[in-house]
Design a protein around this ligand. Structure first.
Ligand code: 5GP
Ligand code: SF4
Ligand code: MG
Length: 455
């Protein structure tokens, strides 16, 4: 997500802001601009570039905007443009644009109550859910209604909301998903990842804190607490895989944390080998760390076709497998006759690792030792990352030795949970702390709907 308040090029800067976060979602993109009079929406299916190619920036004039890239979670395969955010809601009293990142775990229950009371929801988005909750509040101002609505939600969420007078930014009480605030001259900017700030030349100010609602308007920035702040539980997978290496979250740089994961992994699971290689792009940082700690040379044993999108974002397994095939190639001159340590950031379904071990062997590698720079993913994520059923997780159904055999590796080892914490959490306080539920089963927010698939 990206938001901006107080800049004459709000729409154009939103385009850049989304571009720097394209990896967070590739199914659709959208922007809503406010000129103080009305909210104007432009959105579509596809990549940011495709969607904005048709954006008439002249019509999108305004000094405030919120924007979003879509990543459909929990098997929501409907590629409907209706679900591309931000969503705009117009009532006689007010207009609101809303975008959301994460997953509301009591969403089904809230929907039931809303429907019983006559609401008709058109999408399965959490943004629409919030809009209805806001609408039902009898409060006088949008701010008070938003606070009441947020208090009913449980799970992982960051929201950006825009009305004609204000931009709002909120984070759930555990701060599971990241959201940062920056400044660009006198303008305020908000983004899921700080990589968006760097691209537009904005400076980082601070994060939206767990349980905090930020209200930004022409008077400046105001902080309201809508819930008690809990121990921070920032999603570990943001560091392991999801975020860009140049982003910082909770004052920890993502690349640096990945490199430390590689260092810890080399300490925990050393192996006799000739070269270390990583699966581009997300595993390179960890591979560099592993190589540095083990004293083995880091080599580019696998290269990536840069014109293929992220494989996991394809919503079906067949598409995913085809995607992996087109995406990665071994470098024969580097791996032939060598004992290779192959670092991957994570194993989810096992598609990537199996394919890469085979590629490396076909290219002449003598041995392939798989080292995974995160703990085994054994439990579903209910907080917005697309791993929502146990069946799809290879480590939920197989021991490491079985996985080694399935992916035809000579050895396999994962980073321990302690090792990962060591690499990410730099200071033990209430503000630090990560969610690692998909690796340990310790869910920071209970799963109220009590189902395998939260969709
Ligand atoms: P696999 O191929 O085992 O399903 O996925 C693991 C590899 O793909 C890793 O290289 C990781 O970077 C990426 N990946 C694929 N799908 C997902 C996913 O749903 N979540 C995460 N965190 N990473 C994924
Ligand atoms: Fe992130 Fe895993 Fe927690 Fe989901 S369960 S929020 S993927 S750490
Ligand atoms: Mg990867």
């Amino acid at each position: 997500m990206f938001g901006i308040w107080g800049h004459t090029h709000a729409a154009e800067l939103s385009y850049y802001g989304l571009h720097a976060q394209q990896h967070r979602g590739q199914e659709g993109a959208g922007v809503v601009v406010s000129d103080g009079e009305e909210l104007k929406l432009h959105k579509g299916l596809g990549l940011v570039n495709d969607v904005f190619k048709h954006a008439g920036f002249k019509e999108l004039k305004g000094t405030a905007a919120i924007a979003h890239v879509r990543y459909s979670k929990h098997g929501d395969k409907r590629r409907a443009v209706d679900s591309v955010e931000p969503l705009v809601f117009r009532t006689r009293k007010t207009s609101l644009a809303i975008s959301h990142s994460g997953n509301i775990v009591n969403g089904e229950k809230l929907r039931d109550v809303l429907e019983d009371n006559g609401s008709i929801l058109q999408t399965s988005t959490d943004s629409e859910l919030l809009a209805h909750l806001i609408k039902r509040c009898k409060e006088n101002t949008n701010e008070d209604a938003i606070i009441q609505a947020l208090q009913q939600l449980e799970g992982a969420f960051t929201f950006l909301i825009l009305d004609k007078e204000n931009m709002y930014a909120a984070a759930d009480p555990h701060g599971i998903r990241p959201l940062s605030i920056g400044k660009l001259g006198d303008a305020y900017v908000v983004a899921s990842e700080t990589s968006a700030f760097d691209l537009i030349g904005a400076t980082f100010e601070r994060e939206v804190l767990p349980g905090e609602l930020i209200v930004i308007n022409d008077q400046g920035l105001k902080s309201v607490r809508f819930a008690m702040r809990e121990q921070r539980r920032l999603c570990a997978m943001e560091y392991v895989y999801f975020s860009r290496p140049d982003s910082d979250m909770n004052q920890v740089n993502v690349h640096a944390s990945r490199k430390r994961m590689g260092i810890e992994l080399a300490k925990e699971a050393p192996v006799e080998a000739d070269v270390v290689t990583g699966v581009p792009d997300s595993s390179i940082s960890a591979a560099i760390g592993y190589a540095e700690q083990s004293g083995l040379p880091y080599e580019m044993g696998i290269i990536k076709n840069r014109y293929i999108g992220r494989t996991f974002i394809q919503p079906s397994q067949e598409l995913r497998e085809q995607g992996v095939k087109m995406k990665l190639s071994p470098v024969r001159g580097i791996v032939e006759g060598k004992r290779v340590v192959m670092i991957d950031d994570s194993i989810v379904r096992g598609t990537t690792s199996r394919h890469i071990v085979r590629l490396l062997k076909e290219a002449g590698a003598k041995e392939v030792h798989v080292r995974i720079a995160s703990p085994a993913i054994q439990d579903p994520c209910y907080y917005g990352i697309d791993m929502s059923t146990k069946e799809e997780l290879i480590a939920a159904n197989h021991s490491p030795e079985e996985i080694r055999e399935l992916i035809e590796a000579d050895s396999i080892a994962y980073l321990s949970v302690e090792g990962m914490k060591q690499a990410i959490v730099q200071e033990r306080s209430i503000h630090q702390g990560i969610c690692h539920a998909c690796m340990t089963g310790e869910y920071p927010v209970p799963i109220l709907d009590n189902r395998e698939d939260p969709s």
